[in-house]
Design a protein around this ligand. Structure first.
Ligand code: GLC
Ligand code: MG
Length: 427
């Protein structure tokens, strides 16, 4: 089953490339990525699907996840659409492997490519069962691709050659690639009765072009898209109104496309300076969690105006009998924790301090009560920590439109804390 937690059709499926699409390597603060994360967890996580589709092998994909504040996708497509994995534990799709094995002779590909000294093999990690990868200069690429295609054809091989980023050349089975992998996923979702209402493909380079050719898919080429993708667009998709070239870079371009195609909410909570301005249609447990941790980040960075009324307002949302169970096992009342926050106002001012939440999953327990489980990440200087957090929320009124009361909170260290820092009492 592709989507364990969701029983109906996903509202939106975002299928995004990573390097220079979801991740902006020129933005050391990861500003637009964090904006996307907040939007996704507040408005989409509970009823939508996030798919990463990257050229990276599993090894260097995992590396990127350590370096950047990437969310956990529901599905991971790696090695240019040749490896598909599901969920946090990344269960591989063996049917896809079997399909790609048909008429694929990796050794033959290696033998033929050896005849081209212009092709410089990529690192061992990037050579995969259904992907043989090289570097080649832009000016030599066209000629080599033509000659290599001819010799592979002569040998009766079913293959595909993809050129990306003006430097990388991948040889894959004919049925592989990011587009084919997406078409396969949509077919699988259909058999499970879970076709997404909308699908948005996002990319910046040559290996993403296929994503935009999948029928009934919206597409965004981020503003910083590579020449080879823009050229593909000019030759193949110029008149397709469902594909745009964003004016914004990377993840900001993805948010822009969600707005352009009216696919759902497109205001990231990070772009809302005061939460009293939030529209009521945004009220859901995920939004409540995102909103709180943004406040917490802003509070510690001294970015909150009117601190006294804010604290009083916050306290109203916390049940007087509510308890916070600290990862060390010690319990404290929620009101004591809120009071303790006062003395931490601005303690991270001028330093790198970012907080984001991942995998926010609310379960409704009764008409007015939710248990919300999520991973809370904190980046402080160069150190990154994660706490698995569980919160019990209840709605203030008959439904959630009047907001929530926090009743209970429990955290467990996942990574990084190691129990060293008991002075950190704050959520
Ligand atoms: C990623 C992969 C590389 C591939 C390139 C283009 O950078 O690591 O092997 O050639 O994407 O698809
Ligand atoms: Mg890319």
């Amino acid at each position: 089953m592709i989507m364990a937690g969701v029983n109906s059709c996903p509202r939106l499926m975002v299928v995004s490339d990573l390097d220079l699409t979801m991740v902006d390597h020129y933005d050391s603060e990861n500003h637009s990525l964090l904006r996307f994360n907040a939007l996704w967890e507040a408005n989409y996580r509970h009823n939508s699907l996030l798919v990463f589709s990257t050229g990276r092998s599993p090894a260097i994909y995992k590396q990127l996840r350590k370096e950047k504040p990437l969310l956990s996708p529901d599905i991971t497509v790696m090695s240019v659409g040749t490896e598909i994995a599901y969920g946090e534990s990344m269960v591989p799709d063996n049917d896809w492997v079997e399909f790609l094995n048909q008429n694929w002779d990796r050794n033959m590909v290696i033998e033929e490519t050896r005849k081209f000294p212009e092709l410089i093999p990529q690192s061992e990690t990037e050579q995969r069962p259904h992907k043989v990868s090289f570097y080649i200069e832009k000016d030599k690429a066209g000629e080599v691709i033509k000659a290599l295609s001819e010799s592979l054809e002569k040998n009766g091989l079913d293959f595909k050659i993809i050129y990306s980023g003006g430097i990388a050349l991948d040889v894959l089975p004919h049925g592989a690639g990011k587009g084919q992998a997406l078409a396969y996923l949509l077919k699988r979702l259909k058999t499970e009765g879970k076709v997404p209402d909308n699908t948005l493909a996002c990319g910046d380079s040559g290996n993403d072009a296929e994503l935009f050719s999948v029928p009934e898919v919206y597409g965004v080429m981020v503003s910083n898209a590579q020449e080879e993708l823009l050229q593909w667009y000019a030759e193949n998709a110029k008149n397709n109104p469902n594909i745009i070239h964003a004016t914004e870079r990377c993840a900001a371009g993805i948010i822009q496309a969600i707005g352009h195609f009216s696919l759902g909410p497109n205001t990231s909570p990070r772009d809302v300076p005061h939460f009293s301005e939030c529209k009521p249609d945004n009220v859901n447990p995920g939004h409540e969690i995102v909103k709180f941790y943004l406040f917490y980040e802003r509070w510690r960075c001294a970015e909150v105006e009117d601190t006294d009324p804010c604290m009083e307002n916050l306290k109203v949302d916390y049940h007087p009998a509510g308890v916070f169970v600290h990862p060390s096992g010690v319990e404290r009342s929620l009101h004591d924790c809120i009071n303790a926050m006062r003395s931490c106002y601005g303690d991270k001012q001028g330093r790198k301090f970012q907080v984001w939440v991942d995998r926010v999953s609310p379960v409704q327990m009764s008409s007015d009560t939710w248990i919300v489980k999520f991973d809370k990440w904190e980046l402080s200087g160069d150190e990154r920590h994660c706490c698995i957090t569980t919160v019990v929320l209840s709605s203030k009124g008959a439904d959630a439109s009047d907001g929530f009361t926090w009743r209970h909170m429990h955290q467990t260290w996942l990574e990084g804390w190691g129990g060293k820092d008991h002075s950190n009492w704050l959520f």
